[in-house]
Design a protein around this ligand. Sequence first.
Ligand code: SF4
Length: 210
Amino acid sequence: MHDPDPLPLSALQHWAYCPRQCGLIHLEQAFDDNLHTQRGQAVHAQVDQPGVEERKGLRIERALPVWSDALGLIGKADVVEFEPDGTPYPVEYKHGSRHKAADIAACDDVQLAAQAMCLEGMTGRTVSEGALYYASSRRRRIVPVTAALREQVAQTVQAVRAMLTSASLPPPTQDVRRCKGCSLRDRCQPEALGRLRSADFGTAPFDPDA
Ligand code: SF4
């Protein structure tokens, strides 16, 4: 049997946010813009052009292709800072503030840890830490690449692969906050599927980056 196609790194963040969102995007190739995706695109436009520079003794690479044959992952790291000894330090750019709700922020940690694991395989160096850079607050949040986070990456890869193999769309999340910030809400119709009440959506839009 041939190896399955590598998964995009972004699929791990999508799964961590909402498995159904991951299914809509990676199984059904759906993608709709909303304010949050537009803000995200604007932030990534700053780091989407490949480039290399030296600063404060670090070699800084932007839009660096990364992959892991062991995990079956492929993607692009926004910024990777290389120490003088060649140890990589990934920095992923996100729109919004670093003071997100902890469980929403944790979705970004999975993607960053997966990047770190890709870089380890590519360079042979241990990557024990990376950072998320939040454009609104212009601050970094340090993310230790712990054993628990590595295990979460491995489990998420398995879960996304199982979903793609079964070709069945996961049910909606029951977390109304996530649906309020989701660009796929019109397409997904979580209220119509009975998991969330229409009244749950009657308040001001939830901003997952607030
Ligand atoms: S609207 Fe809610 S259930 Fe549907 S994909 Fe988005 S977050 Fe998931």
